[in-house]
Design a binder for this molecule. Structure first.
Ligand SMILES: [Mn+2]
Length: 251
């Protein structure tokens, strides 16, 4: 079985369409979606329409939960824009998404960890940066989940970890946005360092799962233009560069 995983699309239909085209060219048995699907200043409703038509195995992320349950006055700007622009049909679709999914005996999907939708699985926050987590931390977060292949998203950082049991955990990275400043459980910054849309493939082989991380070029200038039109200059820079902040200028 060959599985493609998409995560953290964040309403970036420009990036999603490029990734879907790349997946179609390669051919896979199944494509899954790991959540944080719509929130952001780009095209939440149009992204929902595309994905509802595809009917992929999909789980919800923390942003789906936030859009559906929080008071708009308490939302961050990305969630508020999604909440204000999607329809009841989109809400009903989001409401029906499970938080985790046992896809097969071997394959488990979660957004952040098997336990919750907000803690990074494969990273720890140290000095405001996400660093690779210790094996002990990753095993504790795995809990009793015994699937051979566990997919997670949330941190936007493409990463593969193997537990002492031989189980592997794969974060495909983010389709939609390659840099952000996060606030849970403390302030931190993620900068992937290029604007390419990210996803991953896992394929069963006689020796185990073969994992491929893929970076897809797309029209990020169109996406960043739209971010500028919406007045979200942080998204504009992150979409174009994969960095949150401007590089320092030598003088
Ligand atoms: Mn998330």
């Amino acid at each position: 079985m060959k599985i493609a995983a998409l995560s953290d699309i964040h309403g970036n239909l420009f990036a999603l369409d490029a990734v879907l085209a790349d997946i179609n060219r390669r051919g896979v048995d199944l494509t899954v979606n790991l959540g944080d699907i719509l929130s952001g200043p780009l095209l939440p409703a149009e992204t929902a329409d595309r994905l509802m038509a595809l009917d992929l195995p999909t789980i919800s992320g923390n942003h789906e939960r936030q859009v559906l349950t929080m008071d708009p006055a308490d939302m961050g700007a990305s969630d508020r824009y999604a909440a204000e622009t999607i329809s009841d049909v989109h809400r009903d679709w989001m409401s029906a998404l499970p938080p985790v999914l046992r896809l097969t005996d071997d394959v488990f999907l979660c957004h952040a960890t098997p336990q919750n939708d907000v803690d990074c699985y494969l990273e720890d926050i140290i000095d405001g940066e996400l660093r690779p987590a210790s094996l002990r931390s990753i095993e504790a977060r795995t809990g009793t989940c015994n699937a051979a292949l566990i997919w997670c998203g949330h941190s936007h950082i493409p990463r593969l970890s193997q537990l002492s049991s031989g189980q592997i955990i794969v974060n495909p990275g983010s389709v939609g946005i390659q840099a952000y400043e996060g606030h849970h459980p403390g302030p931190h910054r993620v900068e992937i360092g290029s604007p390419h849309a990210r996803y991953a493939l896992c394929e069963q082989s006689p020796d185990g799962w073969k994992v491929e991380f893929i970076a897809v070029p797309y029209d990020w200038h169109a996406a960043s233009r739209l971010a500028r039109q919406r007045g979200t200059l942080d998204w504009d820079r992150a979409l174009r560069t994969g960095y949150v902040r401007a590089p320092s200028v030598a003088v």
